[in-house]
Structures are given as structure tokens and as C-alpha cells.
Design a protein around this ligand. Structure first.
Ligand SMILES: Cc1cc2nc3c(=O)[nH]c(=O)nc-3n(C[C@H](O)[C@H](O)[C@H](O)COP(=O)(O)O)c2cc1C
Length: 254
């Protein structure tokens, strides 16, 4: 295998970007980091990291994946900050993990995708989502060209200046808390026991008991379970009661 792309996703946006770039590169394996604890073997030419931005930085699972990753050989390394607004220090954090292994993040790109954080934000309008998907397809093409040519690409740390300074501590604080935040998820009597929440949870944090989801406090807060429920039986406190759900329509998650 010449190329490998590691991804993590809650609602499918990162998977769309990872699969799109993989298709353009060719000879590329797309690997979910939630199901992989291997290394990058020698002989891989290009390796990418495609994750959603959480509170201005990496998801908790991506921190530990990058920290533990062993990279043999000298692949060209790139990162994609899949974000709903601003990527903060996401690319800087990936660069830091690689630098501590004696490697370089050769290129990094923020890509705007539809918002899935329905605890804080409304789902984008259908028109806005359509525009973002079209822009993302164009970006996938241009990004893939530079990756094919192994071009070095300087990247911007998106967000205004104060956000850049506070993003790292905010992201670290969120990652410290996220595992237990699932205590606020609850399920209503509307639940039909379909098990989609259990299956979409790549952290294996949900099990069905008496045909209802139970969370085990290893949560990534990826928003997969709450968004996948076909009858909106899952809510987070009262924050999400009136919010529309979002799942990326361009990939198969289950
Ligand atoms: C817990 C959480 C925190 C988020 N924080 C940010 C953020 O700081 N900046 C941003 O641009 N988007 C943020 N988002 C939005 C997601 O990064 C964005 O919608 C992404 O496309 C979701 O990707 P996925 O479908 O692969 O999970 C956040 C989403 C979640 C669930």
C-alpha cells in the first residue's frame, strides 16, 4: 500500500474527506483510528490524518492515537482539519506530535464542513450544506493534487488571534472532560431499540440494555449517537430538544 489515511468521524464528514482524497490518490487504505492500534509501516509513501476539530483542536482519541503512533520510514505527512467554523490549533497539535517523533507535518488544510455540534449550534440550512459539500469536493481535488506531488504547504491556524492563544488549553480541558459528559445523554420512551446508536459509536461506548442505549463514560462526544437516532429519542440535557439532527448524506456509516 503506497498511501494511508487515518480518520475518525462522528457523523461522516471526516470519512467523506478521507475517502474523497483516497480515491484521487489511488492505492490508498482508509483506516478508522478507533479500530486500529498499529503503526505506519516502512514503505508507505504518504500518510494523512483526517479528524473533526473539537474545541479548537484534536479529539481526545486523536491525541492518544498520535501520541502512541510509531512511524517507520519517511512518509510525506499531511493533516486535514475538518471543521464547522475555525480549526484553531488542530494542525499545530498534529505538527507537535510528529515533531516529537522527529517527523514533519508537510502540509495541512482546514476544510469547512457542515456543523454537527447540535449541543451548541443549529444544523446549517440545506442551502448552506449544499454549498459546503460542493466547496469540499473542489478542495478535495486541489488538496489531492498537492499531496500527489508531495508539495510542502504552509498552513494557517484558523480563528482570530485570541482564539489561537486560548484554543490549546480549551481543547485540552474539553478532552479531559469528554469521557464523562455522556452522563447528560438520555433516551426517551420513543426509542425503538434499533441499535443504530450502538453501531455508530466507534468508541464502543454504548450498549443496549433492555433495548435502550446505556453510555459507559468513555465518550468522545462525537455526536454520532444523538444524530443517528431515527426517532430523535436521544437528547443531551435540554440543549438538543429543538435542534435538527445531522448526518453526512454522502457516506455510509452503518
Ligand atoms: C464536541 C465538538 C466540538 C466541536 N468544536 C468545533 C470547533 O472548535 N471548531 C469548529 O470549527 N468546529 C467544531 N465542531 C464541529 C465539527 O468539527 C464539524 O461539524 C465536523 O465536520 C464534524 O465531523 P464528523 O462528521 O467527521 O464528525 C465541533 C464538533 C463537536 C462534536
Amino acid at each position: 500500500m503506497s498511501n494511508v489515511i487515518f480518520y475518525f468521524t462522528g457523523t461522516g464528514n471526516s470519512l467523506q474527506l478521507a475517502q474523497g482524497i483516497a480515491e484521487k490518490l489511488g492505492d490508498c487504505e482508509v483506516i478508522n483510528i478507533a479500530k486500529y492500534n498499529g503503526d505506519i509501516p516502512a514503505g508507505v509513501e504518504r500518510t494523512g490524518f483526517v479528524f473533526p476539530v473539537y474545541f479548537g483542536g484534536l479529539p481526545r482519541i486523536a491525541h492518544s492515537f498520535l501520541n502512541n503512533l510509531t512511524i517507520s520510514g519517511d512518509p510525506y505527512l499531511f493533516g486535514i482539519a475538518n471543521c464547522g467554523g475555525a480549526s484553531g490549533v488542530f494542525l499545530k497539535q498534529i505538527g507537535g506530535y510528529l515533531r516529537r517523533k522527529g517527523k514533519t507535518l508537510h502540509a495541512g488544510y482546514p476544510v469547512l464542513m457542515p456543523e454537527n455540534f447540535i449541543l451548541l449550534y443549529d444544523r446549517f440550512s440545506p442551502d448552506r450544506e449544499k454549498v459546503l459539500f460542493a466547496d469540499a469536493e473542489r478542495k478535495i481535488t486541489t488538496i489531492s493534487e498537492t499531496i500527489k506531488e508531495k508539495k510542502a504547504q504552509t498552513f494557517e491556524h484558523a480563528g482570530n488571534v485570541p482564539f489561537r492563544y486560548i484554543a490549546n488549553p480549551i481543547n485540552r480541558a474539553f478532552c479531559g472532560l469528554s469521557a464523562g459528559l455522556d452522563r447528560h445523554f438520555h433516551v426517551s420512551d420513543c426509542c425503538i431499540g434499533c441499535g443504530k446508536c450502538e453501531r455508530i459509536c466507534s468508541g464502543e461506548n454504548i450498549t443496549l440494555r433492555e433495548r435502550k442505549p446505556v453510555w459507559s463514560h468513555r465518550c468522545e462526544m462525537c455526536m454520532g449517537c444523538i444524530n443517528v437516532c431515527p426517532v430523535k429519542a436521544i437528547d443531551f440535557g435540554r440543549l438538543t430538544q429543538k435542534r435538527e439532527r445531522y448526518l453526512n448524506p454522502n457516506v455510509t456509516l452503518l
